[in-house]
Design a protein around this ligand. Structure first.
Ligand SMILES: [Fe+2]
Length: 296
């Protein structure tokens, strides 16, 4: 296994060679790959023509798989295209047809186009995400990543101290609300309870490298004990710092790319493509975290 760093303004993406995700990887390869993900934060493996079972098996090298969201009746289990170990990040319904413009599942999924970290709304947040490009759009549909270690580093010492003392409230209600999807209008009270905000620190540390990152996400909607308006303005300022063009790598997908990122160190977002005409079938497995960062 070897790798090359993809040069952008900052180096946080590496392309790795010599791994076949369809095959069992050796213990040594697993250690090396995990080290690279922690060191760089975004890893690209090209030409990985895998199926769902192979993706699940490969992903389990990095920990337990976080089950896909089942918190709402928006998508009934019988309407799912994929198993509960797979997150469907496509624009497709169960008949493999593009979701129509006003379909609620489509609107919900558009939240992926906001800068976010996966599943920061869970009490125990996830670690790595593994995204497989089974079919990709001919135009647009890139995934952009920004390095949150740089965002943290860019802060003054005074601001670093301030953010380290703050706690954020994360919920899908906040991210979807930004797109006008008001959950309380659509979901039952029982479902809404499952979207109660969870607490996360604003700064988190990578377990392996000890490097600190800002922990932001579209799911972050409130700073604990702050006014909503003050929270929104403060979060917006931090978001602007972290998403400076210099801190971004944009991944232009090719079929069978497998992209792995560390949610403890980067945010990401999908970009526009013509989802009414083109098919973009990308599938995600996500690795569960092992501990709460803050008592709830
Ligand atoms: Fe995501």
């Amino acid at each position: 296994m070897n790798f090359k760093v993809l040069k952008s303004k900052i180096d946080f993406t590496a392309e790795v060679f010599g791994i076949d995700a369809r095959q069992n990887i050796s213990h040594e390869q697993k250690i090396q790959l995990t080290k690279l993900i922690n060191e760089y934060a975004v890893i690209i493996l090209k030409n990985q023509k895998i199926n769902d079972d192979e993706q699940i098996k490969f992903s389990e090298n990095f920990g337990f798989i976080e089950p896909a969201g089942t918190n709402t009746e928006l998508t009934k289990i019988t309407d799912r295209r994929l198993s509960l170990k797979m997150n469907d990040v496509s624009n497709l319904d169960k008949n493999n047809k593009p979701l129509t413009k006003s379909n609620q599942n489509r609107i919900f999924a558009l939240g992926n186009r906001l800068w976010h970290t996966d599943a920061s709304f869970k009490k125990i947040p996830v670690t790595f995400s593994i995204l497989s490009g089974r079919k990709v759009s001919s135009k647009g549909g890139e995934t952009e990543f920004c390095d949150m270690r740089c965002g943290y580093k860019a802060l003054s010492n005074k601001m670093k101290n301030k953010v380290e003392s703050l706690i954020g409230e994360h919920s899908l209600q906040y991210s979807r609300g930004k797109l006008g999807f008001i959950m309380k209008d659509v979901l039952t009270n029982k479902e809404l309870k499952k979207f109660k905000p969870v607490l996360q620190p604003l700064v988190r540390k990578n377990y392996v490298t000890d490097r600190k990152s800002l922990y932001l996400s579209a799911h972050l909607g409130l700073i604990k004990d702050w006014e909503l308006a003050d929270s929104i303005l403060f979060i917006n300022d931090l978001m602007e710092i972290c998403t400076r063009p210099d801190y971004i790598y944009s991944h232009k997908w090719e079929e069978n790319d497998l992209v792995i990122w560390d949610n403890t160190q980067v945010m990401h977002r999908g970009r526009y493509f013509n989802d009414q005409k083109e098919i973009r079938d990308v599938r995600r497995t996500t690795i569960a975290g092992t501990e709460m960062l803050i008592d709830q």
